[in-house]
Design a protein around this ligand. Structure first.
Ligand code: BDR
Ligand code: CA
Length: 343
């Protein structure tokens, strides 16, 4: 299955990429680096470093826009660490970026795999919106699109009502939802994007116990993490990928703890990656989605019209149910042996 991943790496984006790399049913044909959790150049460094760590040298990585469509960039080093990977250090390899940008990369990948490409976006929708301006037929070239973004009938994580990926670039979110819906119309709902908001992804709660299971599946000895550990304690895992993921997750655990959510972390993006490969992991409701662009208190909010009040085309399958145990079992079953092979 050819997969194109658009990421703002980011702790959970890195986990999502690890999942895709570990999945035999996925052939990653390109990675778009999007400004979001950290500036775009840092996202590029992180994507290239992760590939180097995993011994992968044949996946093209492209640089995206430096800023959202209409507003200055905001970043989230408080959530993901100063370089986006928490306390983790990635190797600096000799991999290089493509000489074309991320929007062009989207279009090239879609044209090279017409009707087959699975698109995954786990960052702001800036580069996908730009790609759709270059190739208005993009929605009809893709087999499937999975977006991690929004919060449906649920509170936000960036403002009281807005989720991070949409909040960073609300204009691109609105453009993607509107243009995609119009491209497919009412007749073919099977091709509407799958949209996974916080209402769904916050069910994917990574804990120190689950992380220890991952290390065990990789055959890597490790010390289970605890809220009582000194902040910034580094992983003792022998396996290089497990060590990086644990050092990244440690920062993410601490952030969630400081938010009053417990010593755990939401794996938004890995859940989206798993759904990109297997949509049956989640249950859905169809709706028309748009993004609030002008509200004085609600800018960036994703509004779902469940009942057709607007009289507009449906444009999303919104994830409403997931069994986190099934997801984590699959994550460990795939990433564990993949890490073991690197060890
Ligand atoms: C999203 O925001 C980012 O910080 C995460 O990587 C995820 O994609 C969750 O709101
Ligand atoms: Ca992300």
């Amino acid at each position: 299955m050819p997969v194109f991943a658009d990421v703002d790496t980011g702790v959970d984006d890195a986990m999502a990429l690890a999942y895709l790399l570990a999945s035999d049913d996925a052939d990653i044909v390109g990675i778009a680096s999007t400004a979001g959790n950290v500036p775009v150049d840092q996202v590029c460094v992180n994507n290239l470093g992760l590939l180097a760590l995993c011994g992968v040298d044949d996946i093209p990585v492209s640089r995206g826009s430096e800023r959202p469509l209409a507003t200055p960039l905001r970043t989230a080093e408080d959530t993901h660490g100063p370089e986006g990977l928490g306390y983790a250090q990635l190797p600096v390899g000799d991999l290089r970026l493509t000489d074309y940008d991320a929007a062009t990369a989207w279009v090239r990948a879609a044209r090279e795999h017409p009707g087959e490409l699975v698109g995954l976006v786990t960052g702001p929708l800036t580069n996908l919106a730009l790609a759709m301006r270059i190739e208005p037929g993009l929605p009809r070239l893709l087999r499937r699109l999975v977006i991690m973004g929004g919060a449906f009938d649920y509170r936000g994580n960036t403002t009281p009502v807005a989720e991070w990926n949409i909040s960073v670039d609300p204009e691109s979110g609105s453009e993607v939802f509107t243009v995609w819906g119009a491209a497919w119309g009412l007749d073919e709902p099977a091709h509407l994007p799958i949209v996974l908001g916080l209402n769904l992804t916050e069910h994917a709660m990574m804990t120190p116990a689950i992380l220890s299971r991952l290390a065990a599946a990789a055959g890597s000895a490790t010390t289970p993490m605890s809220v009582l550990d000194d902040r910034g304690t580094r992983s003792a895992a022998a396996n290089p990928l497990i060590r990086v993921l644990e050092d990244a997750m440690r920062f993410y655990f601490e952030f969630h703890f400081d938010q009053g959510e417990g010593y755990l972390a939401h794996l938004h993006d890995p859940l989206a990656a798993a759904v990109a490969l297997d949509p049956d992991l989640v249950t859905y409701r169809q709706a028309t989605v748009d993004v609030e662009l002008t509200g004085t208190l609600t800018r960036g909010m994703t509004v779902a019209d469940w009942r057709g009040h607007w009289g507009r085309h449906l444009n999303a399958h919104i994830g409403v149910g997931v069994d986190p145990e099934v997801f984590f079992d699959r994550f460990i079953t795939r990433v564990g042996p993949f890490a073991a092979a690197l060890g």
